[in-house]
Design a protein around this ligand. Structure first.
Ligand code: NAD
Length: 361
């Protein structure tokens, strides 16, 4: 019997290329993994009527650990958003995105080692929206105008921002426990409580309460606009940043920019029982099938996955192999070169060859 059975979803666009590269790197660590490979996304809609068929969700539920390539969100009525399906159905409420500098990466910054924990189920991304002019929007506008005693223009679209005590408490508990387990020293709660008193205000209040349960860890808070500036000016001051869904989406791309771009940013969607690892980037459709994009973001997600399943030493070896390939600067893709048309840039599979060679070397 293999030591681990893990669901692998190759994904759309460049997904299959970067996933294959990451699988090769993970396998080269020598950890005994049986991969349950399942297609999802655009290519299966015709066959199963939806991009995330039930048997794929069942495989993830059974194995409790999965890694996926990016999936293109199809535009069209009646098709459920893949990410909403995954995060909601599997209750993956915390998205962990580490951002760490490695020598050799082209960036203005050199000493960054921070982690963004993004609440993954609530906030303006809860998916509760009413289209401008729809019956629902007009009814919501009427009701809210009465309740709030403030006029809302009738030609408005409406998005609802729910932030609950339950959702906030569990993401902060997760973040503090994660910080403790990973040798971190400080947790920063990010919010806009000065303006949104009943949603972000609640977020901050609950954060302060949960922080009291972890006296060994430092706690502080930052208003999100100030946080954006601080991340650009003094990122080295920060450690674990916990933020609601929308701010997390934006600031994790900003943080990815600090460490060299989307090609290097990995992550994991975490629930109480299930973990689903994926790169921060999307399916980059224009590069499909060109063996061009950087597989390192998927490989860093794989490194997190190895640590999550208890293979700490293998995770460390994969990180060292990636760091060496980055530092040498020979076997890296176009996005890591000073000029995007640099003819010495290699392709996705050549990066995998280099990382595998380091691991086997
Ligand atoms: P994207 O991340 O796919 O691409 C934006 C640009 O970033 C690319 O054109 C490319 O220049 C660069 N890039 C991205 N990944 C790279 C890599 N590994 N190496 C080198 N360069 C890279 O974002 P997008 O164009 O906004 O989205 C395309 C599709 O992906 C959309 O359908 C979107 O919904 C989906 N998406 C999926 C996920 C996910 O599955 N988790 C996340 C984000 C976007």
């Amino acid at each position: 019997m293999p030591a681990h059975t893990i669901t692998l979803i190759p994904g759309d666009g460049v997904g299959p290329e970067v996933s294959e590269a990451a699988r090769r790197a993970i396998d080269a660590t020598g950890v005994d993994i049986e991969w349950e490979v399942h297609d999802a996304g655009l290519g299966v809609i015709e066959k199963y009527g939806q991009p995330m068929p039930n048997h794929v969700l069942e495989s993830i539920r059974r194995n409790k650990v999965a890694i996926k390539g990016p999936l293109t969100t199809p535009v069209g009525k009646g098709i459920r958003s893949v990410n909403v399906a995954l995060r909601k159905d599997l209750d993956l409420y915390a998205l962990v995105r580490p951002c760490k500098s490695y020598p050799g990466v082209r960036s203005f910054y050199h000493d960054i080692d921070l982690v963004i924990v993004r609440e993954n189920t609530e906030d303006l991304y809860a998916g509760i929206e009413f289209a401008e002019g729809s019956d629902e929007a007009l009814r919501a506008i009427e009701l809210i105008s009465q309740l709030a005693d403030r006029p809302i223009r009738r030609d408005s679209g409406i998005s609802i921002k729910p932030i609950s005590v339950y959702g906030t408490e569990r993401v902060f508990r997760f973040a503090f426990r994660w910080a403790r387990a990973n040798g971190r020293r400080k947790v920063t709660a990010v919010h806009k409580a000065n303006i949104m008193k009943h949603t972000d205000g609640l977020w901050l209040r609950v954060a302060e309460r949960v922080a009291g349960e972890f006296p060994d860890l430092e706690f502080e808070d930052r208003i999100v606009d100030n946080m954006a500036m601080q991340l650009v000016q003094k990122p080295e001051l920060y450690d674990v940043l916990v933020m609601p869904n929308l701010y997390g989406d934006i600031l994790s791309d900003l943080a990815a920019g600090l460490i060299g771009g989307l090609g290097l940013a990995g992550g994991g969607n975490m629930g109480d029982e299930i973990a689903l690892f994926e790169a921060t980037h999307g399916s980059a459709p224009k590069y499909t099938g060109q063996n061009k994009t950087n597989p390192m973001a998927m490989m860093f997600s794989g490194m997190m996955m190895l640590r999550h399943i208890g293979e700490l030493e293998a995770g460390d070896r994969l990180e060292r192999a990636l760091a060496e390939v980055i530092a040498e600067g020979r076997s890296v893709t176009y996005d890591m070169k000073p000029d995007r048309d640099d003819p010495t840039a290699v392709g996705t599979s050549q990066v995998a060859d280099a990382v595998v060679a380091k691991l086997r070397g």
